[in-house]
Design a protein around this ligand. Structure first.
Ligand code: GLC
Length: 727
């Protein structure tokens, strides 16, 4: 449809029709059936039938036939024939479930992340979905918060790489294509930093920290052409993001040039009254409209307020039309005016759901996402040996994780099935009672396990969280495993077994209590539909583990937040000086740092070189003139072991002194490469001015000449460093 036609459409709409076009409802409200798939507290809003017939969008309806039926009935009654846009939380797969996003980030494999998103779009579009509320790119540093599972982690650069890859996978080159869906970056902004890790809690930080750490990943998605932005529940600078002109107009529209549609989070427009920045729906409606909030999800503020606000002159029709036009433009880019059913296809959805090709990608990505944290000579396992398998996640299909959309546990390849595919009847299982629902812990089946495993030298123990203990509304203050899960590990070890602990969690847990009694620890996250096969691939060495942590593991919950890109403070704990920034009872360093992950081989870094063009600085280090060309750095990486493996060579930079404090190091690039035994490669990076720049306290993105440390290595605490004066 031409733009002029869209403008004429807007002109012909009444204020009620416009307010409803700016409202997203649940299909139960449109069709007067049971409300389903609610992802927030639902306060009754009274919509008249006439209003409902003009709703602009539907949240969380699933299935091509149902969506086609609703769209057909809706358009038959619609005066303007504006199609509904169907949106849903397709976060890490639709029916084929891929690893949770926190796991996907650990793969450091943007191409595979994009491939998974592309396959997800195929399934979602065939099921009738037009837009997914993904990627989530909230920077996270606090594993008490349940939604860390949805994020790529604690680093702005990696999070941006992952978010942009997902946007490309979902949208492709033409988002109106039948196998593509619109993507929505969320939650704008900084939802990942709630005080105390407590869900929906206050977020407060300086604008410099917001811009240096929390905004870059969202911007990477905007630069990748994301169609929508979802505002977050939380406040920023004491203003709810939902009505923040600083975020939604100054940064998103004016600075970043975002032209797409902004949607609120679930009933978040209603909640700005709870935040006490609006006394009633009129004030809430006015503030959200002034901020440029285009569509209201699952509440009735706009329909209750716009007409009166217009009469009072508090808002203008132009301000309303700006939002309505962006909604119609989104529908137009999705091709819905030409084909309101887009990719919906009841036959195709059945062919695509958990098809071999999608399962293969899910299996590969799950294996690449798993992080080997410890291995003392027990992995890889030898086929043909009798192995014990225990734990509540051993035989459970509940390895999909939170936000697993239309995923079905019966489609899951369980850990037991994955290992039995290799071991046959040499796999002995015991103490595998599932752990879900309201269960606080597993039963104490250690005696049965010891009896069953009497001929097993090695025992694999699959422990972790319940799926609903992660994701939204799942903050926790205790991050250790339940006592009987820990007891299983301790008891098997105490009885002479070699213990391989598999962790199925949506967050870095406090694993200190079980580390000593585990001969190997594999962080499996929630690996998705192919989890069992991926675990078998890793445990038997068919895939050499290459996952690298994108979120630090704390030694205990008291150490939180602990993250790699922190500031030095005036009293860094470089020695055990009492009067330095430290704890009396715990080291500062995390249990495992950002970028960490073991392999079945060893990688050695050597011969780091800087190709600086500025000779020697008077203070003795190398110098480089940036304007005369980028600074090239390189390092030799060798596979010093006996098996091939993938390694993530990481580039970190430290600005040693700035007009404001600067982090001890920041990831500015990485290269993932596979090396054969004894093979070595030179890995090169170009240092650009952008990599060296940051936001000062005037919110200006600046490069300040001076001393920099360039670091290359295996993880945040294992690098080779060269200093250089850059101007
Ligand atoms: C939820 C979540 C958001 C999700 C939305 C729709 O409350 O915060 O991530 O997309 O509601 O389900």
């Amino acid at each position: 449809m031409e733009r002029k036609d869209l403008l004429n459409l807007v002109k012909d709409m009444t204020i009620t029709e416009k307010a409803m076009q700016m409202t997203q409802l649940n299909s139960g409200m449109i069709c007067h059936t049971q409300l389903t798939n609610l992802t927030g507290p639902f306060r009754e809003w009274s919509f008249t039938d006439e209003q409902v017939e003009h709703a602009g969008s539907i949240l969380a309806t699933r299935g091509a036939e149902e969506i086609m039926r609703i769209q057909k009935e809706y358009l038959e009654k619609s005066k303007h024939k504006i199609p509904l846009v169907f949106m849903d939380d397709v976060i890490h797969g639709y029916r084929t479930i891929y690893p949770i996003p926190l796991a996907q980030g650990c793969s450091f494999d943007a191409d595979l992340i994009e491939q998974a998103a592309s396959e997800t779009a195929k399934e979602a579009s065939a099921a009738g979905i037009h837009v997914t509320f993904s990627p989530m790119a909230d920077l996270v540093r606090d594993p008490r918060w349940g939604r860390v599972m949805e994020s790529p982690g604690e680093d702005p650069y990696l999070a941006g790489v992952a978010a942009a890859a997902m946007v490309r996978g979902y949208q492709g080159e033409d988002v109106s294509a039948k196998d593509k869906v619109g993507a929505c970056i969320k939650h704008f902004a900084a939802y990942g930093q709630p005080e105390g890790g407590r869900e929906y809690n206050t977020v407060d930080m300086s604008r410099g920290v917001l811009r240096d750490f929390y905004l870059p990943a969202y911007k990477a998605a905007v630069d990748a052409g994301v169609e929508l932005v979802m505002a977050s529940f939380n406040t920023v600078e004491r203003v709810p993001a939902t009505c923040s002109q600083y975020l939604l107009r100054q940064i998103l529209r004016e600075e970043w040039g975002f032209k797409g549609m902004v949607i609120s989070d679930f009933a978040a427009m209603d909640e700005i009254m709870n935040h006490c920045v609006a006394a009633d729906a009129y004030e809430a409606g006015e503030k959200c409209l002034k901020a440029g909030m285009d569509m209201e999800m699952m509440s009735g503020v706009y329909i209750a307020s716009l007409e009166k606000l217009l009469e009072e002159g508090a808002i203008t029709m132009d301000e309303i039309d700006e939002c309505v036009l962006r909604i119609l433009e989104l529908k137009n880019r999705l091709g819905l005016f030409e084909n309101p059913y887009k990719g919906a296809d009841p036959e195709l959805e059945k062919e695509l759901f958990c098809c071999d090709a999608h399962r293969e990608t899910a299996r590969k990505l799950a294996a690449e996402s798993m992080v080997l944290l410890k291995n003392e000579g027990v992995l890889p396992l030898q086929e043909g040996k009798t192995i014990g398998l225990a734990g509540p996640l051993a035989s459970s299909g509940r390895i999909l994780g939170a936000w697993s959309c239309d995923g079905r546990i019966e489609d899951s390849i369980t850990i037991e099935r994955g290992l039995r595919n290799v071991l046959g009847d040499k796999l002995v299982t015991a103490a595998t009672t599932e752990f879900f629902g309201e269960a606080i812990d597993i039963p104490d089946d250690t005696e049965a396990a010891l009896e069953a495993f009497k001929d097993c030298e090695i025992c694999v123990v699959a422990v972790g969280e319940k799926e609903w203990e992660t994701g939204e509304a799942a903050s926790k203050t205790v991050l250790t495993l339940p006592p009987n899960q820990e007891k299983l590990i301790h008891t098997l070890k105490a009885n002479g077994k070699k213990v391989v602990t598999l962790l199925f969690t949506g967050r870095p847990m406090d694993i200190t209590p079980i580390l000593g009694d585990s001969d190997a620890v594999l962080q499996a996250w929630f690996p998705g539909t192919e989890g069992g096969n991926a675990i078998a691939d890793i445990l038997f060495g068919r895939v050499n583990p290459c996952g690298r942590l994108t979120m630090s593991f704390p030694r205990n919950v008291g150490q939180i937040p602990v993250y790699y890109n922190c500031y030095n403070t005036g009293r860094p704990n470089v020695s055990d000086d009492k009067y330095s920034s430290r704890y009396l009872d715990c080291p500062n360093a995390p249990l495992y740092p950002f970028g960490y992950g073991l392999s079945y081989t060893q990688f050695a870094y050597s011969d780091m070189k800087l190709e600086a063009n500025g000779g020697t600085h008077p203070r003795g280090m190398q110098a480089h003139e940036l304007d005369a060309g980028t600074l090239k750095v390189s390092v030799k990486v060798k596979n010093a072991g006996a098996v091939s493996g993938a390694v993530v060579a990481q580039l970190y930079i430290r600005d040693v002194s700035g007009s404001v404090v600067r982090p001890l190091k920041e990831l500015k690039g990485y290269q993932k490469l596979t090396l054969q035994p004894q093979e070595e490669q030179i890995v090169e990076f170009e240092i650009t001015k952008e990599m060296l720049s940051f936001y000062n306290n005037d919110e200006k993105f600046v490069f300040e000449p001076g001393l920099f440390e360039i670091m290359l290595g295996n993880h945040a605490e294992d690098v080779i460093t060269e200093s250089v004066w850059i101007r």
